[in-house]
Design a protein around this ligand. Sequence first.
Ligand code: ZN
Length: 177
Amino acid sequence: MPVRSVLIYGDPLLRQKSAEVSAEEITSSEFQTFLDDLQETLYSEDGVGLAAPQVGVLQRVFFIDVGWAERKGKTPVWFINPVVEPYGDLEDYDEGCLSLPDIRGHVKRPGHVRVSYTDREGRAQTLDADGLMARCAQHEFDHLDGVLYVDRLSYAGKVLVQGKLKRLKQGQQQGRR
Ligand code: ZN
């Protein structure tokens, strides 16, 4: 299963809106291989979740493994055509993203989510979650609409990271990774 390269901030594909995956495509061997690739790509990096557009595939899919991130073993979940509904009190958390290396920033998001999605066998599922899963599901869901967590930083938070963002973007333009 090949590890895909993760696109870095400044790549225009990270700002695109992704398309729904058709029911027939979900069970195709090509798509199943892609899901395996997403998993391997995340496991090769130090992350909690990865969305398809981060590897340049504009489809509404993301992969989250909270157990892996917390060093408790692999607990992979693939979310296909997800709808994430956040609820509850806002919580502050220091977020990072594999597409924004060496940057972190505090983002306020609701502490709970209800996610409706299709699993990799093509079955409709719902998940209620809090904690890291709720945080990560909202972050990954944003990727499917071309939104990055740095867009959600406070004004002061944006000022703090603007120098690093500029350098990442310049690196992209010069073809460096
Ligand atoms: Zn991200």
